[in-house]
Design a protein. Structure first.
Length: 269
């Protein structure tokens, strides 16, 4: 099969477009975003879509350079669904380049416009950070939507922040905490949530510790006035896809890529 023009030029998901080429591309199209002289673009489209002749357009994220001291831990390691602070590698030195991306700052261009350019050879994502960027993009649409009332009840009963401590402990033993709620809606006065909790571990050696963590989380739900069944814990190889589809993953802000926890099973299937 003949390689596409863009593929032959080296364009892939995660390829950067240098500021000079950005200015040329933006001049050829109308963009609703303000893009400064130092801003870059990075290819958001999947590599197969970049190469495919059936795709006429490519999606790009606007990348803004961060000055020293501007990099914020609050926005790193996929903590925040709308803002990402992330590092890239410089091909001219050992120093890292700090970048800021915002989820809504994406543009779409015709593929033919990229045929006059090659990827920026001075900057690249490591494989780990490329995966982080891609998962951040996907996570904007993949986040679980638990009932507002459910979240409010938990927040009201957990004023001392026990969930934060549990989340940090959970990183050591659990690849994910999942919840099944009935009714899966905002409840009315006089109604009570019935909850099933499911914990998934990477191996059987973690089940005992994971069960303790899950039971602690169950206590928070009980304190919030919910009926919680006996918590269940299993390994990634024991939990079926059919079972997993009945649950939603609890998305802790404190469980992030920084903690080096494995990706949850639902992203591997």
């Amino acid at each position: 099969m003949q390689r596409s023009v863009l593929e032959a030029l080296g364009w892939r998901q995660g390829s950067f477009i240098d500021s000079e080429s950005v200015a040329k591309l933006i001049g050829d199209m109308n963009s609703k975003f303000t893009i400064s002289a130092n801003d870059l673009l990075v290819v958001a489209s999947q590599s197969c879509d970049v190469a495919s002749s059936q795709e006429e357009y490519i999606e790009l994220s606007i990348v803004r350079l961060l000055r020293a001291g501007e990099f914020s831990k609050q926005y790193s390691h996929n903590r925040h669904p709308r803002v990402l602070h992330i590092e890239a590698n410089s091909n001219s030195s050992d120093e890292k380049i700090n970048l800021k991306l915002q989820a809504h700052e994406k543009i779409q261009i015709e593929k033919q416009l990229l045929e006059e350019h090659t990827p920026d050879s001075s900057i690249n994502f490591s494989e780990e950070n490329l995966n982080q960027y891609v998962d951040w993009l996907a996570g904007r649409y993949k986040r679980p939507a638990l009932p507002t009332k459910f979240d409010q009840l938990i927040a009201f009963s957990d004023k001392k922040g026990k969930r934060k401590k549990i989340a940090k402990r959970a990183n050591d033993y659990l690849t994910g905490i999942y919840v099944e709620i009935y009714p899966n809606r905002d409840i009315n006065d006089g109604e009570t949530y019935s909850v099933n909790l499911l914990g998934i571990t990477s191996g059987e050696q973690s089940i005992t510790f994971a069960t303790d963590v899950l039971n602690d989380y169950a206590d928070i739900l009980k304190d919030a006035g919910m009926d919680v069944s006996v918590s269940k814990v299993g390994t990634e190889f024991q939990i079926s896809l059919g079972t997993l589809r009945q649950y939603q993953r609890i998305n802790f802000d404190y469980l992030s890529y920084e903690e080096s926890n494995p990706l949850p099973p639902d992203t591997r299937i």
